[in-house]
Design a protein. Structure first.
Length: 140
């Protein structure tokens, strides 16, 4: 069996690890997969729903999420610094029972959303490349 140090002493073999890493990184560009921008409003019984978490779950791939502001408006984020959502069909879940990120020992907020909207299957959305405005009018 050849000595590993003898094999790695050949100049062209020393470049193999760097070449392998370079090839792997080619598919991991800063842009990531194509996303469609998604924003909209969520109301509950006709009133804006503040501080609700909305999550879009694609058939395959990473979910996107957002939180509504005081007027019920939301914008989805694919990652911490990438806006949007994977194009395609999504199951949507809405909940007001989220932890405050400001306080590590925060108590959960009371849930205002009926159970049917807090599980996959009741709400769906289709996301296209480009800009999408998707509103949800929830009822108790």
């Amino acid at each position: 069996m050849p000595n590993m140090f003898v094999i790695l002493s050949r100049p062209w073999l020393r470049t193999l690890p760097a070449l392998a890493v370079g090839i792997l990184l080619l598919g991991c560009g800063p842009s990531g997969p194509a996303t469609g921008l998604v924003s909209g409003a969520i109301t509950l019984d006709g009133k804006p729903l503040p501080k609700a978490e909305v999550v879009f779950y694609p058939d395959a791939g990473r979910a996107s999420s957002g939180v509504t502001d005081d007027t019920g408006q939301y914008e989805l984020m694919f990652t911490y610094d990438t806006r949007g959502c994977l194009p395609g069909e999504h199951q949507v879940v809405v909940s007001t029972r989220v932890l405050s990120s400001d306080e590590p020992d925060a108590v959960r907020m009371p849930e205002l959303i009926p159970r049917k909207y807090r599980k996959k299957g009741e709400l769906t959305a289709s996301v296209e490349p480009g800009t999408n405005v998707i509103n949800f009018d929830l009822t108790k």
